[in-house]
Design a protein around this ligand. Structure first.
Ligand SMILES: C[S@@+](CC[C@H](N)C(=O)[O-])C[C@H]1O[C@@H](n2cnc3c(N)ncnc32)[C@H](O)[C@@H]1O
Length: 411
């Protein structure tokens, strides 16, 4: 059902008004203005979201984030923006160094001693991790039976196929793209920086108690409003002790959609292990009174900021993963927790040093020296400590070096 144009707010009726709104956001954020084609796509997405708000009067923040990132053809991940790598909005570990994927490949091969030699990569981005893992497996003479990819973005799926054709054309038949989670998967699941891209709800401690974040609009733009809801009241009851410590104005995210996602993933696995690699914390640290701003972050052309309603469909929106809740969900679903090392611990214990002397590839971040690559992957103030690896397993009796004697505090 579409809405009469006059029922939409002014900034969604007139393209010039929308263009000015984006220009103003870029000035505030001190970032370059998007190209015309990107502004047009953002305008269409703004109209789509304004229509949703017209029918519902407001939408939960998670629904806004879902649209902003994944609306078909218009969302950040589904549309045509460059996204990952040196010329994009943000960089991930595989884009920084092939040593990341090679070390992961070693860990995957170790797991194959106790499960089928298949890989399922979730959210494969530019396809860089896939080619690094496959190259390493090939050079060790131990290729997977099948390397499955489940990618929600049609645009990124296309890029992954192209990269495979260019870099490893001889292995094209090994990679299979799935449209949904497999049934009864046996093997190793890998997801690098995927969970932090799954939508969250926003919560704020207010005078009236814990309130939920909703997106609505006025004539000039979208805005965020917080009001107590059955969701926030239920959340507060379940997390009484945590909320009691929060001062007024405290902001946090809640991860129900991520738990649902993990539950479905674990249901689809019959036997094997899962490596979830992401920015995040255990719950007491994530919700500590010393983190009053929450962890929601946006990325546009390598600039990090906290304005999720800006640059609609043109910027990444992420928030830190609550590893405690994911681990609890996993235990409830009959899986085991192998550990939660930091990325530095995981890569070091898995033997990243073996790859230091090997030739580096000529890909995206090749301007970085090997020492700079290692520093970014391993140093505590960079990805080394901020990113963690949650290892889960189901019906799997093997052990992976990356998890040696490391566990979660609370679960
Ligand atoms: C931040 S990017 C990370 C890309 C890549 N893993 C890397 O490390 O460079 C997030 C990726 O997850 C994908 N994604 C998000 N939600 C997903 C889901 N529910 N299932 C599969 N892929 C998903 C996005 O389309 C994108 O490819």
């Amino acid at each position: 059902m579409s809405v009469e144009p006059e029922s939409l707010p002014e900034f969604c009726r007139n393209y010039q008004d929308y263009q000015q709104l984006l220009q103003h956001q870029c000035q505030t954020l001190e970032v370059p203005e998007p190209e015309q084609i990107a502004i047009e796509s953002s305008f269409q997405l703004a109209q789509k979201i304004a229509e949703l708000i017209h029918f519902k009067s407001k939408i939960p923040f998670s629904e806004f984030m879902q649209q902003a990132l994944y609306s078909p053809g218009l969302g950040y991940y589904s549309g045509g923006s460059h996204k990952l790598g040196a010329g994009g909005d943000f960089v991930t570990a595989p884009e920084i160094s092939p040593m990341f994927g090679k070390t992961l490949a070693k860990s995957i091969q170790q797991a194959w001693q106790d499960t089928d030699n298949c890989v399922l990569e979730l959210g494969a981005g530019s396809g860089k991790l896939m080619v690094d893992i496959l190259q390493q497996c090939q050079s060790g003479g131990c290729l997977p039976k099948t390397y499955y990819i489940l990618e929600v973005s049609a645009e990124l799926r296309q890029r992954q196929k192209q990269r495979l054709s260019e870099v490893l054309p001889q292995l094209k038949s090994k990679v299979v793209w799935l449209d949904s989670l497999p049934k009864s998967f046996h093997g190793v699941v890998v997801a690098n920086e995927v969970v932090d891209a799954i939508p969250v709800e926003l919560l704020m401690q207010t005078e009236q108690g814990l309130a939920q974040g909703f997106v609505t609009h006025n004539e000039q733009g979208f805005k965020l409003e917080f009001e107590p809801s059955s969701f926030s009241q239920g959340w507060r009851k379940r997390h009484k002790e945590t909320c009691q410590q929060w001062p007024e104005g405290y902001l946090a995210e809640s991860c129900e959609l991520r738990r649902d996602w993990l539950k479905s993933l674990l249901e689809s696995i019959e036997q094997g292990c899962v490596l979830l690699i992401d920015y995040g914390f255990e719950e007491d640290e994530l919700y500590s009174p010393y983190r009053p701003q929450g962890s929601l972050q946006c990325y546009y052309r390598q600039k990090k900021h906290s304005m999720p309603l800006a640059l609609l469909g043109l910027q990444d929106i992420t928030s830190s993963v609550n590893f405690t809740r994911l681990a609890e969900e996993a235990l409830g679903a009959g899986a085991s927790v192998m550990g939660l090392p930091t990325q530095a611990q995981f890569l070091t214990l898995s033997g990243i040093e073996q790859f230091v002397a090997q030739p580096q590839d000529s890909d995206t971040m090749s301007s970085l020296s090997v020492a700079q690559q290692l520093q970014t992957l391993l140093m505590p103030n960079e990805m080394g400590q901020n990113i963690k690896v949650l290892g889960l397993s189901k019906g799997f009796s093997g052990a992976l070096s990356g998890f040696t004697s490391l566990g979660l505090n609370q679960v």
